[in-house]
Structures are given as C-alpha cells and as structure tokens.
Design a protein around this ligand. Sequence first.
Ligand SMILES: *Cc1c(COP(=O)(O)O)cnc(C)c1O
Length: 229
Amino acid sequence: MPFSDLPERVAEVRGRIEAAAARGGHGQAVTLVAVTKTHGPDAVDAVVRAGVPDVGENRVQEALPKMDAVTVDARWHLIGHLQRNKVKALSRFVLLHSLDRSELADGVDGLGRAMGRTFDLLMQVNVSGEATKGGYGPAQWEAAADHLRGLTGLRVRGVMTMAPLDAHEAELRAVFAGARRAREVLRAAGHDAAMLSMGMSNDYEIAVEEGATCVRLGTVLFGARAHDR
Ligand SMILES: *Cc1c(COP(=O)(O)O)cnc(C)c1O
C-alpha cells in the first residue's frame, strides 16, 4: 500500500514539532500543512486519514483536479505564486500563504468585494531583500501593511517566508526572526496577524523554535519528489 508508513512519519514529525516548540519558548500552537505537490490524490487521502487535515499545493492548475479526485475532506492551502487571472480559484482554498505583490492583493480584494466576503491570506516576505526571491522585502513592509489595511475584501492573518535552501543555522534564525518582525509591522498597522508560516522539511525544527505557527512539509512526509517544480 502506498504511503503506508505515513502514520508513523506524522507521529515522528509531530513529536519533533512539540519538542522544538518547548525549546523555543514562544508558547505557540503549530499547524502541520502536508505539501502534496507532485503527488497524486492518493497522497492527500493517505495524509488526511493519518490525521493531517491541512494540505498545501503550490500550483492552482495542479490543485484543482486533485481536489476533485480526493475521497476525503481536506483544508487546502495555496502556498505558491498565484497569477492574477487565477484568483477566482481562491474560493477553493482556506488560506493563501503567498501574497507576494500589491497587484495580486488588489485582485484578491476585488474578488472578495464582488463576492461579499473576505479572503484570508499571509504576506510573503523576503527577509534578505534579494531581488531574485519572491515576496515583500523589508523596505516595503510598512507601506504594504498600510495599503493592505485599506482592502476590505481580504484579511491579512500573518506572514509567510521561505529560507534559502543552503543556509546555515545562524542565517536561518535571522530569516525567521525577520519574519517575526514583519508580523509586528502588520500588527502595528492594525492587522489581526497571528500566523507565521515558516519551516520546510530541512529547517522546520529551527522555524518552530523561532515561533512558527505553521510548517509546510513535503519531503519529510512523502519522500523525495520525482520531478520537482
Ligand atoms: C514544496 C514546498 C514546501 C515543502 O518543501 P519540502 O522541502 O518538501 O518540505 C514548502 N513550502 C513551499 C512554498 C513549497 O513550494
């Protein structure tokens, strides 16, 4: 049976998250989002049955057919770059982790107002400010927080970040602390921003020590992806 060892992997990961949260001393609860990109609907079925109802996908065009094919109730998170012409798909997700530019914010806001609802999302931040990386750099945080405050079709619930893959521990901690600072900027601007989505398979214990309220894990649950995107 595929993914038959998921219950053990989930238990192991949850144990590590709990221990890291205790070491970090931030006192936060941590949501585990299972990242199922490149895996089939069977991976979603298996992980939800293993007690993880939150699943993450990074591409709308991959997620939508998977949603229709699964046999379980999952809470779908969109964790990758979203094109403005695909914002309508947000109706199928509980949370957008990757609000990475104002143009997208305006698109989500317009959809929310047209539908008479709000969409929950996280501001993706690029703590190092590298131009090649997605998300708002530190110099943009305050202005973005103010701009987003004026949009009634969305609610900014916190911050998402991705650390560089090859970073050493000190660098990881600096990135995660930077995300905490971005969350403070949002709060100071009046957002109800409690969430910190940070930590992937190779760095989630450090992220939780640094206050992550949400980790996004693929490889450590499902094994290596055959063809990454
Ligand atoms: C793929 C992906 C993950 C999960 O990565 P792993 O290293 O396999 O845990 C987390 N977040 C985002 C945004 C991703 O695209």
